[in-house]
Design a protein around this ligand. Structure first.
Ligand SMILES: Cc1ncc(COP(=O)(O)O)c(C=O)c1O
Length: 404
């Protein structure tokens, strides 16, 4: 198989998102007519002559050049091309997990003595990476309010290299003004990294809004079936080399079968997200009207403080949102509610076809902003029938009230 010649599909302004999702990174004409790219299992990739070996090494990061399994194969490149096209960036990279993508992207731009501005609502392990890993090497992190907007400029120091964003925020779903933050970051020469997992790269186009490096836990919506770990990074042309170098040095590739699952999941991203969106919004509206619920944290709700920004910058909402129950309920009552659910499982991750529910405690993860409620609940609306999902929650509320 040759590399997909249509990998540069993102350069075609006439192509709509659904067409890109369906086609990017695959090329049946150069693959015996077979629709999907082959899964190459490889460590060693041999050369016939010294000249060929040296030639490949010199061009090892160019498209279509393969030198060693860890550096990627045509299978890897297929997903890299596809993700760059979907997110509208220059080139993509694939690594072993979303966290590996975050780590490699951040490490590309910092050295000892540098400073990172990190959104206070970042995914917890990204926070741990900054505090417990970067901190050991003399890289300082300051956390900022996700709603800071242009105010970010007051926090930028001479040694600030990265402004890291995630929108909506993990657990609490604040929407960030990414264009405003990016403009200030760029004025000061900083790189803007965004965790774009929530939108799947479909409902938020990072490079149109000033992001330089977009990371995704492709484990979630790209794979979409809760059966593989995968991270992707897409960058602008300017930042590709730095991140590619970092990815190469971190050495955390994904396996070919997981990459294939990412490619396969990607083809249905848009239709799955449409359904996740519809179900999540229906649940969110229904929950908002429940007397047991204090607040629903879903940017698609008109009542949400980030709703206007979301409407301006996003073209849709995925299936993940949160809620806060009235404080009168005890932890035991909440446990009784959650324990008896039939259609929602409790577990880390999200973005698969199945519904999930998780009690969360955002407060300990905040330093720049305060979070006053002790307990919140995160729901991932899966692809089940929404009436069944509501009925299951309804019975959960009965148990909540009965245990109180
Ligand atoms: C927003 C976000 N980013 C990154 C990650 C990390 O992804 P992974 O579990 O693939 O390492 C997660 C995982 O839950 C996440 O929710």
């Amino acid at each position: 198989m040759r590399r997909a010649e249509n990998g540069g599909i993102n350069k075609r302004p006439d192509m709509k998102d659904d067409t890109i999702i369906t086609n990017a990174g695959r090329d049946p004409k150069n693959n015996f007519g077979i629709v999907n790219p082959p899964v190459y299992h490889a460590s060693t990739i041999v050369s016939e002559t010294v000249a060929e070996l040296q030639g490949k090494r010199a061009k090892r990061w160019e498209p279509g050049v393969y030198t060693y399994g860890r550096q990627g194969t045509p299978t890897t490149e297929a997903l890299e091309q596809a993700m760059a096209a979907v997110e509208g960036g220059w080139r993509g990279m694939v690594v072993g997990s979303g966290l590996a993508a975050i780590n490699a992207a951040v490490l590309a731009f910092v050295k000892s003595g540098d400073h990172v501005l990190m959104v206070d609502t970042t995914y917890g392990p990204a926070r741990n990476f900054c505090n417990l890993f970067l901190g050991r090497f003399g890289v300082e992190t300051t956390y900022y309010d996700p709603t800071i907007g242009t105010g970010i400029k007051d926090l930028i120091q001479d040694n600030t290299k990265i402004v890291y964003t995630e929108s909506p925020g993990s657990l609490t779903f604040e929407v960030q003004d990414i264009p405003a933050i990016a403009a200030e970051a760029h004025n000061a020469g900083c790189v803007v990294i965004m965790d774009n997992t929530w939108s799947g790269g479909h409902y938020f186009k990072p490079f149109k809004h000033g992001v330089d490096v977009s990371v995704q836990a492709a484990t979630k919506y790209i794979v979409g079936h809760s059966d593989a770990m995968l991270g992707t990074i897409v960058t602008s042309e300017e930042h590709w080399r730095a991140v590619r170098t970092s990815v190469g040095q971190c050495g955390a590739p994904s396996g070919p079968d997981d990459i294939y699952l990412g490619l396969r999941g990607l083809r249905t991203l848009s239709v799955r997200l449409e359904r996740h969106q519809k179900t999540a919004l229906t649940l969110a509206r229904w929950l908002e009207a429940r007397p047991e619920v204090k607040r629903v944290m879903h940017p698609g709700l008109e009542s949400n403080p980030g709703h206007e920004l979301w409407k301006r910058d996003f073209t849709g909402a995925s299936g993940l949102f949160g809620l806060v129950l009235n404080e009168t309920f005890t932890d035991d009552a909440v446990a009784a509610m959650l324990d008896g659910l039939e259609l929602y499982s409790m577990g880390a991750s999200w973005g698969g076809f199945e519904s999930l529910i998780l009690p969360t405690r955002p407060a300990p993860f905040r330093t720049a902003t305060s979070w006053n409620e002790t307990l919140s609940i995160r729901i991932h609306a899966g692809l089940e029938d929404v009436d069944d999902l509501m009925e299951d929650l309804d019975k959960g509320f009965e148990r909540l009230n009965a245990s109180d």
